[in-house]
Design a protein around this ligand. Structure first.
Ligand code: GDP
Length: 465
């Protein structure tokens, strides 16, 4: 699984920029740099964690003026001898430096190979390695904070604590079964049941945290519904703070589905603005209607914009049916105009159409045009999606679906243990399920995971990391 070859890659973005970094890692990293570096010192001889000014040369040709960092194993990211060449950040020049490195003893690194080596060398567990990519791809404050916390080992620590307890009890059962004369398991089932109960609750909390985790990481899948001219595009513009959708007075102009990412109070909203919902012969709008229903089906949040200056019509009724039982917010828009539909009117109508399902749907009066009520709406979203204050001090958030599914497996195994105890099964019966839970959790930290899966996980990384 572990190749000792010396690897190299460009670790910075592939566009012209101030600096570019070529990273070399492996046993021959210093030999490679000695061959292509010209400066005051021989870099294989200098102290670890020092930086040196000089030139990268390719035979007689000088490629670039550089700063080279020398870091000796094991105190490096990969745990191997590492060289980082800071060169000028032009795409061409960085590629030339990498070429020179590759022609002098290194081979191109695969995506994620540096981090994979860090994992294989025990510099971090798998959950931390996965956090590396999450830090890189973090799109907002919450995503960054939760992946930083995971990178520092919060998930690892939590999983290790739970595994320790499971292995203790499995070992006890095994020992007792091997030596029944000296160790009795009488009444042990009851004691274990309590432990399993507590551990299951902890796993459940972690699994539940993934909902917050997913929303932090990927954003809230949001769809805006409302009849034509209700003010959907105007709302989108206010929320995103710039002219994005085309706003006009002609009904049905927002035909295509627009997608936009908006940041509200540190949360990401992935907003889909759809054509107004109405039955029509017009082919284009028909698609809009179907899409609206389809997106509403998959959305985390539906924003229903009601035009308070016009009577409710069959489109509104249609939308009310769509939002029944879903996570939705109703925005009563155009409150700056002559109001025909009051909050009370709307509530009555809603109750008539969808009955009790309207109870959990909050309603806010706004004016997209005058930008009124928008702040209330934003605060409401925060309350709806981030249950309780998000704290990163001691709470662990699972943002990774692989980890979530492993937690679910462990949870199910513990459930089987509980059932076996309740049914009075013999101890060796549930020690197998205990071990299953132990293994499932081990796949999160990477202790009990096959080579194929490790390769698959790291192949999702970007180049040079
Ligand atoms: P959409 O079809 O639902 O996307 O509606 P638009 O955002 O295109 O808005 C339709 C018309 O209503 C435009 O002329 C907007 O300027 C106007 N409009 C939107 N929101 C408000 C509001 O809060 N007050 C007033 N007076 N007009 C609004």
């Amino acid at each position: 699984m572990y190749s000792k070859e010396t690897i190299a890659a460009i670790s910075t973005g592939m566009s012209n920029s101030g600096i570019g970094i070529v990273r070399i890692s492996g046993e021959e990293a210093f030999q490679v740099i000695d061959k292509i570096y010209k400066g005051k010192e021989v870099l294989s001889k200098v102290q670890s964690h020092t930086i040196h000014y000089g030139y990268i040369v390719d035979g007689k040709e000088t490629i670039d003026e550089v700063l080279v960092s020398i870091m000796r194993a094991p105190r490096t990211f990969t745990g191997e001898d590492t060289v980082e060449i800071n060169c000028h950040g032009g795409v061409y020049v960085v590629k030339r430096v990498l070429d020179t490195v590759l022609r002098n003893g290194a081979r191109p690194a695969e995506p994620g190979e540096f981090t994979k080596r860090a994992f294989l060398n025990g510099k971090m567990d798998l959950s931390q390695a996965e956090a590396v990519i999450d830090v890189i791809t973090a799109k907002n404050e919450y995503a960054l904070k939760s992946s930083m916390s995971q990178l520092k080992g919060s998930v690892k620590k939590k999983i290790e604590e739970i595994r320790k307890q499971i292995i203790y009890h499995t070992a006890f059962i095994e020992t007792a079964l091997d030596d029944p004369e000296h160790i009795s398991v009488d009444g042990y089932g009851e004691q274990l049941e309590g432990v399993v109960e507590t551990l299951s609750e902890e796993l459940k909390d972690l699994i539940d945290s993934s909902e917050n985790g997913r929303i932090m990481k990927e954003g809230i899948q949001t769809v805006i519904l409302g009849k034509p001219n209700a003010g959907k595009s105007s709302l989108l513009n206010v929320l995103s703070g710039r002219e994005r959708a085309i706003v006009t007075d002609i009904e049905g102009t927002t035909r295509d589905v627009l997608e936009e990412q908006i940041q509200i109070q540190g949360l990401n909203l992935n907003v889909i603005d759809t054509a107004g919902i109405r039955e029509t012969e017009d082919k284009v709008e028909k698609i809009g209607v179907d899409k609206a229903k389809e997106y509403a089906e998959q959305a985390d949040l539906i924003i229903y914009v009601v035009d308070a200056s016009r009577e409710l019509d069959e489109n509104d009724i249609e939308i009310m049916k769509i939002i029944a039982g879903k996570k939705a917010v109703i925005l009563l828009n155009k409150m700056d105009l002559n109001v025909l539909i009051s909050k009370e009117n709307l509530e009555q109508q809603l109750h008539k159409e969808i009955g009790g399902a309207c109870k959990n749907i909050p309603m806010i009066e706004i004016s997209a045009k005058e930008e009124q009520g928008i702040r209330d709406f934003e605060n409401l979203l925060k309350k709806m999606f981030l249950q309780g204050e998000i704290s990163f001090n001691d709470e662990v958030y699972i943002t990774n679906m692989r980890q979530k599914s492993a937690l679910q497996d462990a949870y199910n195994s513990l459930k089987k243990v509980k059932e076996s105890i309740e049914m009075g099964m013999p101890e060796d019966f549930y020690s197998i399920d205990l071990m299953d839970a132990y293994e499932a959790l081990g796949s999160i930290t990477g202790e009990t995971i096959g080579e194929d899966l490790v390769n698959e996980i790291f192949s999702k990384f970007c180049m040079g990391k």
